[in-house]
Design a binder for this molecule. Structure first.
Ligand SMILES: *Cc1c(COP(=O)(O)O)cnc(C)c1O
Length: 471
């Protein structure tokens, strides 16, 4: 792969390639189903890629969640699982890794990220309070709302503009936050919900400067600041690359500094940590820790396993160390960029700059003739599968759900189809095949008409909604 910015040797020798810091020891066969088989599968799935069986998928870019390839070290750790109900040694290894790399004092394990979101929302939100954050995430907002809170988006405006090329489009707009505080009063703010690399904005990072200023603002009003650390190691890479004073700092050092400005974090280990399941919430306040540790036993499991097997916690403990290595992050984000550069060179509209974990196709620009109420990004995900057996997902009007007050669709400015790249799983050749599939769908875009929704579940509808093609 070549990439000017990522290529340190490049400065010395001109354009030189770099490669992943690993080699492959075991493989999993995959198969491209035939055209008719794909068509049949798509109809059976109601044009929803979440409802496809994975053995009908060739290259699976549905999510980077829980789809990473573990290292031989992690697999060895799996064999060292201590499955004691209480006090498993793997929990203490994981706790130590979180303390070492994230810097928080107290760690509560959960089965995955939303388990952590659930217990922190239940502990820290009172009915009628507001939870400002840098763009919503589906499960995060859901748990905040179920706890009686109202999410308020305080991300910078440029996050909503897919063509704006500025480097830190995940930042909080401090003026928006201050005017919310002025309007409702600081005591009505449960906490600030900050996400590192904002998934729904296209994997866009938050700057160190922004979190520092946010900390100062929260201190002024005595408001807590919690971090969704799910892709914070990836966020650290963007700080290293683009923020003054960080070029010579390691990913690990940047991660720890950033977390140091926050009061705690929740984590979906299924992302950064290179494992298939797991999560945690970690805080510095002992009283809150007590509360979390108590609630976790109701919903997740005892506070030394939280819904995970001992072996899962060992894989996380090892994965945390691997996920913060500079050469790992460089190749992880480098692969995402490689795919992005191919598409940009072909004039295919994507969110720029390319984020950390995924390519986001701009479905509004891709299909300008399909109205938002006919689900352009859902349509694009379906068309890509039909063309090449590549599975992506909708991140637009379907994911945004309905306004609980009016019952109408929420109509987000961004109508995106996400192609998330699993960590350490696919090769450069797979990325070439994906890019060519998107190109074929792009070339046929005028003939595509959109979808109508024929079944809509009540919660997180994007997972299970069904559609039919408009003829
Ligand atoms: C995936 C994700 C979550 C939820 O985590 P799960 O492990 O899927 O429950 C929360 N926040 C962000 C930003 C995520 O990407």
């Amino acid at each position: 792969m070549t990439n000017q910015k990522l290529n340190t040797m490049g400065q010395e020798f001109g354009r030189r390639s770099w490669a992943e810091p690993w080699k492959i020891k075991m493989v999993e066969p995959i198969r491209l189903p035939g055209k008719d088989e794909r068509k049949q599968a798509m109809i059976e799935a109601g044009y929803n890629t979440f409802l496809l069986r994975s053995d009908k998928v060739y290259i699976d870019l549905l999510t980077d969640s829980g789809t990473s390839a573990m290292s031989d070290r992690q697999w060895a750790g799996i064999m060292m699982g201590d499955e004691a109900y209480a006090g498993s040694r793997n929990f203490y290894n994981m706790e130590k890794a979180v303390q070492t790399f994230y810097g928080y004092k107290y760690v509560v394990p959960t089965h995955q990220g939303r388990g952590a979101e659930h217990i922190i929302s239940q502990s820290e939100i009172q009915k009628g309070q507001y939870v400002p954050g840098n763009m919503y995430f589906t499960t995060t907002r859901m748990h905040q709302e179920l706890a009686g809170g109202s999410f308020v988006d305080v991300i910078v405006d440029r996050a909503h503009d897919p063509s704006d090329q500025s480097p830190f489009k995940g930042n909080v707009d401090l003026d928006k936050l201050e005017s919310l505080i002025a309007r409702v009063g600081a005591e009505k703010i449960a906490y600030v919900s900050l996400a590192g690399t904002v998934n729904m904005a296209g994997g866009q990072p938050v700057s160190m400067q922004n979190v520092k200023e946010l900390r100062a603002l929260c201190d002024r009003y005595n408001i807590s600041l919690y971090l969704d650390a799910t892709r914070m190691a990836e966020n650290a890479f963007f700080i290293q690359e683009n923020e003054e004073g960080y070029a010579d700092k390691s990913i690990a050092a940047i991660l720890k500094e950033f977390c140091g400005y926050t009061d705690g974090a929740w984590m979906s280990s299924k992302k950064d940590h290179l494992v298939n399941i797991g999560g945690w919430v970690a805080v510095n306040d002992e009283e809150l820790f007590d509360k979390l540790r108590n609630i976790v036993v109701i919903y997740e499991g005892l506070h030394t396993y939280g819904g995970m097997a001992g072996r899962d916690m060992e894989a996380i403990a090892i994965g945390i160390g691997e996920s913060t290595q500079d050469d790992h992050i460089r190749s992880r984000i480098g692969q995402v960029r490689y795919l992005g550069e191919l598409l940009v060179n072909w004039g295919i509209p994507i969110v720029r700059p390319v984020g950390g974990h995924a390519i986001f196709l701009d479905a509004k620009k891709f299909y300008p003739h399909i109205p938002q109420d006919n689900f352009p990004s859902q349509t694009l995900a379906a068309e890509l599968y039909l063309d090449s057996g590549v599975r992506g997902m909708e991140r637009g009007i379907v994911s945004a759900g309905r306004d609980p007050e009016t019952g109408d669709h929420r109509r987000p400015a961004l109508e995106l189809t996400r192609l998330a790249i699993p960590r350490r799983v696919y090769t450069q050749a797979h990325m070439d095949v994906v890019a060519e599939g998107i190109k074929a769908v792009f070339d046929a875009r005028d003939k595509t008409k959109g979808l109508k929704m024929v079944y809509e579940p009540q919660y997180l509808r994007f997972f299970q909604a069904r559609f039919e093609a408009i003829e």
